[in-house]
Design a binder for this molecule. Structure first.
Ligand code: HEC
Length: 165
C-alpha cells in the first residue's frame, strides 16, 4: 500500500542508496585495469599528465607527443612501468627543454643527453644534481630545481639511474 509508512521508509532508503552510489557494490578501479587488448592499460601517470596538458584538444602539443613516445617505450618493453612516473616528470619538470632522452627533448646550454645516465651515476647523485647542480659541479650551468616536489625528484632519479645500464 502506498500510504503505508513502512513502504515509504523502504522507498526512501532505496533512493538514498542510489544517490550515494554504492550499497555494497564493489567499485571497479578506473586505472590499472588488466585489459588484455592493451588499449586500456595506460598507466595512471600518463593519463593524468595528458589530462593536465589537455592532450585531447591539443593535437600538436610537444609534451603530448612526448607522452605518446613514452607510452610506445612501455609497449615495446624498453621502459618498465615503475619508471613511467619518472619519465613523465622529465617532461613535466621541464628537463626536456635542455636535455634529450632517447627520442624526446631538445638540447640547450650544451646539456648532456640523459639516455645512458644510469651508466655513470646512481639515484642519490642524480637527486643531488637536480636539487643543487652547483653542489656537485661548481661551474654547472643547470638551474637548481629546489621547488620540485620530493616525490618527483625521487621518481626522476630512480628513472634516470635505471637508464642505460
Ligand atoms: C636550463 C637548462 C637545463 C634544465 C631545464 C635542466 N638541466 Fe640538467 N643539466 C643542464 C646542463 C647545462 C648540465 C651540464 C652541467 C655541467 O656538467 O656543466 C646538466 C646536467 C644534468 C645532469 C648530470 C649529467 C651528467 O652526466 O653529468 C643530470 C642528471 C641532469 N642535468 C638532470 C636534469 C633533470 C632531471 C632536469 C629536470 C628536473 C634537468 N636536468 C633540467 C641543463 C639543464
Amino acid at each position: 500500500m502506498a500510504g503505508d509508512p513502512r513502504h515509504s521508509r523502504v522507498t526512501l532508503l532505496l533512493l538514498l542508496c542510489g544517490m550515494l552510489a554504492g550499497c555494497g557494490e564493489s567499485h571497479p578501479r578506473a586505472t590499472q585495469s588488466n585489459a588484455t587488448d592493451g588499449s586500456r592499460n595506460v598507466p595512471q601517470e600518463l593519463t593524468r599528465a595528458r589530462e593536465t596538458r589537455s592532450c585531447k584538444s591539443l593535437a600538436q602539443d610537444q609534451a603530448c607527443a612526448y607522452y605518446d613516445r613514452i607510452e610506445s617505450w612501455l609497449r615495446a618493453g624498453t621502459l618498465r612501468s615503475r619508471y613511467v612516473a619518472g619519465a613523465v616528470a622529465l617532461v613535466e619538470g621541464g628537463c626536456v627543454t635542455c636535455h634529450t632522452y632517447r627520442n624526446i627533448g631538445t638540447q640547450n646550454l650544451a646539456a648532456p643527453d640523459l639516455t645512458h645516465e644510469g651508466a655513470i651515476r646512481n639515484a642519490t647523485e642524480i637527486g643531488r644534481i637536480i636539487v643543487c647542480p652547483q653542489c656537485v659541479k661548481s661551474n654547472s650551468s643547470m638551474p637548481p630545481f629546489k621547488a620540485l616536489p620530493r616525490r618527483s625528484i625521487d621518481e626522476l632519479a630512480a628513472f634516470l639511474a635505471s637508464s642505460g645500464r
